[in-house]
Design a protein around this ligand. Structure first.
Ligand code: ADP
Length: 401
């Protein structure tokens, strides 16, 4: 089953020495974990980051050595541990938000990339290789930068809010008398100020997303319910534009007690953050579609939940697609020029989706429409209930006693 350490092929002695020498020269920690969850290799750097001696760590279950917590010191649910996910999905998992709880209990910010290891002989995944880096100094620098951006944005938002308020007052006929020309000019100033204010909010969010400091309070949510609320809230703006808004749920209905119940799509995300992302996709679909429909679809398989936001709008040229999720990127044509936007929504959306080990992408055809996809790791109902139970017991005073 497991190739590591087994003497399948006899390695020359010098090769083994070189590997050890090379490992000790790598400043990032390297940890090799087998399908049996035990640590097979633990580099000196992994030892100095974690506080576990190499000899102690090798042979232990990785879950007792590499305890990773979120920024509130709450241990990651077992299934969402990056090593568990890489072992389960046989794909690369990245995480730079976690804190490693060292042997002495100190929390160290780390960036972690865990990739599957494929055995040459049979092309089977035999385990995963994690590369971990202590990012304490980067965090200090990020904190400084983020503090500067937050202070600057905050300072600038205050006078902008005042200007917006005064312009509203000036436009109120009960407060001020303005002729039609003046009103026209004030309305333009008011619209521009609102845009500027939205830009500052997005700027602040994107600066935080870039620094990995976006506040995130993940919990178990049922995505079907969240999407239904978004669909309900978007029905009126869709109607106003003469567009049909559809909500489609698929992915295998369950039959329980003779009754067909809709599938439940549990994910572990911050409900407010994910709502922000989904709402932006639906708003965009409505914004960039003049006729036809916008469809919100939810589907999935055992391990993935997939959201699709489809529209029959203007579509996106092929050459723009690779840049779409970059900061401030907007497709430049006469229609987009006349539609307001900051070009930050998709950038922020991608950062948020990646925070939860998800993926976002788009398929589009000019003149026909676009479909934005989001894939998120799916929790089984049992996992969802277990996490909720654990959370409830840590929150309740009885659970703490
Ligand atoms: P914003 O909409 O505020 O400009 P986003 O980051 O949300 O910023 O979107 C970036 C750009 O992607 C938009 O300016 C637009 O050119 C394009 N875009 C996004 N969604 C759609 C869509 N559904 N149809 C066509 N173009 C889109």
């Amino acid at each position: 089953m497991l190739g590591f350490g087994s003497k399948k092929s006899k390695e020359p002695q010098s090769q083994e020495l070189n590997t050890e020498f090379l490992l000790s020269a790598i400043v990032d920690g390297v940890v090799l974990v087998g399908q049996d969850n035990t640590i097979h290799l633990f580099s000196p750097a992994a030892s100095s980051i974690s506080g576990w001696a190499v000899k102690e760590a090798v042979g232990l279950d990785y879950r007792s050595v590499l305890i990773i917590t979120d920024e509130h010191g709450q241990a990651y649910p077992p299934d969402l541990h990056p090593f568990a996910q890489a072992l389960k999905t046989h794909s690369t998992v990245k995480d730079s938000r976690g804190l490693l709880s060292t042997k002495s209990g100190k929390l160290v910010p780390i960036s972690l990339i865990v990739s599957p290891v494929v055995e040459d002989v049979d092309k089977m995944t035999t385990g995963v290789l994690g590369v971990l880096r202590d990012i304490t100094s980067e965090r200090v620098e990020e904190n400084r930068r983020s503090e500067f951006v937050s202070t600057a944005s905050h300072e600038m938002r205050t006078p902008i809010a005042a200007i917006e308020g005064y312009l509203s007052l000036a436009l109120n006929p009960k407060v001020a008398m303005v002729d039609n020309r003046g009103r026209n000019l004030l309305e333009k100033a008011h619209t521009a100020t609102k845009h500027l204010s939205a830009l500052f909010v997005d700027l602040l969010t994107s600066a935080k997303a870039e620094d990995g400091r976006l506040a995130s309070y993940p919990k178990v949510i049922e995505l079907g319910e969240a999407l239904e609320q978004i669909a309900d809230a978007s029905r009126f703006p869709a109607q106003k534009k003469g567009l049909e808004l559809k909500f489609v749920l698929s992915g295998g209905n369950d039959v329980r007690g003779g009754k067909v119940v809709r599938p439940l799509f549990y994910v572990y995300v911050d409900p407010n953050r994910i709502r922000e992302v989904l709402q932006n996709l639906v708003d965009n679909a409505l914004k960039y579609t003049n006729e036809g429909s916008v469809t919100i679809a939810l589907t999935g398989d055992a391990s993935v939940v997939q959201v699709q936001i489809r529209d029959t709008g203007m579509g996106i040229p092929e050459e723009d697609i690779p840049h779409l999720f970059q900061k401030f990127y907007r497709v430049d044509n006469s229609m987009t020029r006349s539609i307001g936007g900051t070009g930050l929504g998709l950038f922020i959306g991608k950062k948020i989706v990646e925070l939860y080990n998800g993926r976002i992408w788009v398929e589009s055809q000019v003149g026909k429409g676009s479909t934005f996809f989001i894939n998120l790791p799916r929790l089984t109902t049992e996992q969802a209930l277990q996490i909720q139970k654990n959370e409830a017991s840590t929150l309740s005073p009885l659970g703490n006693s």
